[in-house]
Design a protein around this ligand. Structure first.
Ligand SMILES: [Mn+2]
Length: 356
């Protein structure tokens, strides 16, 4: 076993269940500002634990369920989620963490508590090896894929709600199979698809959004600056922590753009989302180096995120932090000498592939 490569035990679902034994009070933690993959994985794990009578499993999260799609997911599929502010970690005999790992800055488990169970598809972190059970598969496109395998290993029926949640978690984490995925993800996709509730899924994927959603997009486009094949947008103050990820995906579809960085201030943090269409586990590594000494971050081959605490900083100091992030990002990608060109500039179009 090499730590950075991840690790999967034999018969993982059985192994996990034998570790839990007859323990009854289980907390399943999502990552902060939960996305569909962490929500669906937690719901699947809860369903697995619920097979034992009189056992109580609770799904916990911290932050905001921001995107309209994610709120629909929780509502339409009736997934019960509890804010960590309403929970006492000491009330639980087992703590499980899904789609995140200990000490990543991306979940609400206190630093002095190590979860017993960790199931994730981000690169393996050193502290994860201290946990009683861990199943880390960095090459997988989603944690929902891992949980689908657990359900199949245990031969449990997946009802329409859970199938729809897992399908949506897998679909969004792989950006509709346009980001990193492997055969296991395709297998899960094919297994889940005939079991989903199509109309419910359509309702989740096409929610009504307020006018402010479009205005934020317009503003983010107006603030976007292109440096060669890199597009950066500082979106200012955010009222939803997920919008940087959404914008980073949106801008990455532009011709000649290979990297995007979107950031914005949400509460006491500068949030970052990084995307690339290039292969080779780079987005996570680049993001780690961008936030080094400033905050926390990490991620996958093609998608990553980070956050930097900016509490108490004056506006000009916040601007300096954002500038530092921008400078580091451009330098890491070797385009620091490119002159920034606003996306909305109307003079003859620059070409990402050639010298400006
Ligand atoms: Mn995930």
């Amino acid at each position: 076993m090499r730590a950075s490569k991840g690790y999967t035990p034999d018969h993982p679902a059985e192994t996990m269940l034998s570790l839990v034994g007859q323990k009854r009070a289980i907390l399943i933690m999502c990552h902060n500002n939960p996305d569909p993959d962490t929500i669906a994985s937690a719901a699947a794990l809860k369903y697995i634990f619920a097979q034992t009578p009189r056992r109580k499993a609770v799904v916990g999260y911290q932050g905001t369920i921001g995107r309209a799609e994610n709120r629909q997911l929780v509502k339409r599929l009736k997934i019960d989620m509890v804010r960590t502010t309403d929970l006492d970690f000491n009330d639980f005999s087992v703590i499980a963490l899904v789609d995140s790992q200990p000490h990543t800055g991306n979940n609400a488990i206190p630093r002095n508590i190590l979860p017993h169970i960790v199931i994730d598809h981000h690169p393996m972190r050193r502290d994860t090896a201290q946990c009683a059970f861990y199943d880390i598969r960095p090459r997988y496109g989603s944690s929902s894929t891992i949980l689908t395998e657990y359900l199949r290993e245990l031969d449990l029926t997946i009802d329409r709600r859970l199938a729809t949640a897992l399908y949506y978690g897998l679909k969004t984490d792989t950006n509709g199979l346009s980001r990193s995925f492997m055969k296991a993800d395709l297998d899960a996709f094919n297994y889940l698809f005939p079991r989903i509730a199509p109309r419910t899924l359509a309702g989740i994927e096409n929610p009504s959004v307020p006018k402010s959603y479009y205005l934020k997009f317009a503003d983010a486009i107006a603030r976007s600056v292109q440096y060669g094949d890199v597009m950066i947008s500082h979106m200012g103050t955010l009222n939803n922590p997920d919008v940087t990820a959404e914008m980073a995906d949106f801008l990455l579809r532009m011709e000649n753009i290979r990297w995007t960085l979107c950031m914005g201030e949400y509460k006491d943090f500068l949030l970052l989302s990084v995307r690339t269409s290039r292969r080779g586990m780079m987005a996570g590594k680049v993001t780690l180096r961008v936030v080094k000494g400033l905050g926390t971050g990490g991620g996958h081959e093609k998608a990553a995120g980070g956050k930097i605490g900016i509490e108490g900083l004056k506006p000009e100091e916040r601007a300096q932090v954002a500038q530092k992030v921008t400078d580091r990002f451009l330098k890491l990608l070797g385009v620091q000498d490119r002159e920034g060109r606003p996306l909305t500039a109307t003079t003859p179009a620059g070409d990402g592939g050639r010298k400006a």
